[in-house]
Design a protein around this ligand. Structure first.
Ligand SMILES: *Cc1c(COP(=O)(O)O)cnc(C)c1O
Length: 355
């Protein structure tokens, strides 16, 4: 494995107050950078002071969006240990996204080393108030100056860190969701199962319109028939119907969330029935009508678990669990965040300590 060089920052920035830390607005003193060229492969792995990236205006990333990203969090425990949650899964997924976007793969062990090294250098940036964490954003982008449509021959892999506050101010709170019947996020054969910028750019319009109607996110339906449930905002989605938990099966257009995977493993561990299958919005509507829709929640790194209190589907308003957080949603939230922050036992070996 190549060595990671370190150049420390000469001017340490002031740290933001831990009360009301926003999401993704503050960045630490350092960043990790590595370059790629066709002849050299990935080279010059280094930690350097946090700074702007200079690119040619013709760089392929600006025009054709050849880029992927990841997102995960580090927590500091009461004993001052730094914990990462299943980071090797993020590295694997980054390479799956890379392959889809014709970006050269990155040595996953080196990626993990880079992450750990950067975090240990900036470890005094990890907030310790309840609910806070250090959000980690690895990303790769095409740097070659070329206006032709072709995979770039040069890239950069960068990791930045951002101290973030609690996603919910007071415990977990249910959100209102609009079911999106016009726009779609992704289609099978497209890039929905890769973590790439274009998926987010194309989701902005629906999000903006839903917010104007008083909803915080949209529930995406499939791109072909607008019938089957895919995801909620940028989270995976689960429903508890008549004692059984269901979530849309991975179909090529759904992003394979690591929180999703962990929730499924946790439910199995608890012997709670959980099924991955195609779920139509009609089925959810019917289950609600019969009083069998017990809970609904989104899953993702940022919020971990986000309970759904209301779904609006073509002007039918479905209130779920009286608009309050369900028992199972709460139990999953407490367990996952407990494991992530080192408060709860980790029978699955999910957390990795940063030395
Ligand atoms: C990142 C992401 C998720 C959640 O994945 P996690 O690994 O659980 O954070 C879900 N859907 C989309 C579209 C995403 O980009």
């Amino acid at each position: 494995m190549q060595e990671i060089k370190v150049q420390l920052s000469q001017h340490k920035k002031d740290k933001p107050a831990q009360e009301q830390l926003p999401f993704g607005r503050f960045f630490t003193d350092h960043m990790f950078v590595m370059d790629y060229s066709k002849d050299k492969g990935w080279f010059d792995a280094r930690v350097i002071p946090y700074q702007p990236i200079v690119l040619d205006p013709a760089a392929i990333i600006f025009h054709y969006g050849q880029t992927v990203f990841e997102g995960l969090k580090a927590y500091i425990t009461k004993d001052q240990d730094v914990l990462l949650f299943r980071p090797e899964e993020n590295m694997k997924r980054m390479n799956r996204s890379n392959r889809r976007l014709c970006i050269p793969e990155i040595d996953e062990d080196l990626g993990l080393e880079a992450l750990k090294k950067l975090i240990s250098i900036d470890r005094d940036w990890i907030p310790n108030k309840e609910g806070t964490s250090l959000y980690i954003r690895p990303f790769v982008f095409a740097t070659e100056p070329y206006l032709g449509v072709a995979p770039s021959t040069t890239y950069q892999f960068v990791i930045i860190l951002s101290p973030v506050g609690a996603y919910y101010k007071e415990g977990i709170n249910p959100v209102k969701i609009a079911v999106e019947s016009e726009y779609v996020r992704a289609v099978k054969g497209g890039t929905g199962n890769a973590k790439t910028a274009g998926n987010y750019a194309s989701s902005l319009k629906a999000q903006e319109e839903a917010e104007a109607e008083g909803y915080s996110q949209v529930l995406w339906l499939d791109g072909k028939e607008h019938k089957y449930i895919e995801e909620v905002g940028s989270m995976n989605v689960f429903f508890k119907i008549n004692g059984e938990v269901v979530t849309p099966e991975l179909n090529g257009s759904i992003l394979e969330g690591i929180t999703r995977k962990s929730v499924i493993e946790l439910l199995k561990h608890w012997n709670i029935p959980v099924i991955e299958k195609k779920i139509s919005m009609e089925e959810i509507y019917q289950a609600h009508g019969e009083g069998k829709l017990e809970e609904a929640f989104g899953t993702g790194t940022a919020a971990v678990i986000s309970p759904i209190g209301e779904l609006n589907w073509e002007n039918h308003k479905l209130t779920i669990h009286n608009g309050e957080t369900g028992e199972l949603s709460k139990k999953i939230y407490d367990t996952l965040t407990g494991i992530q922050t080192g408060i709860k036992e980790d029978p699955f070996n999910w957390v990795l300590k940063v030395e």
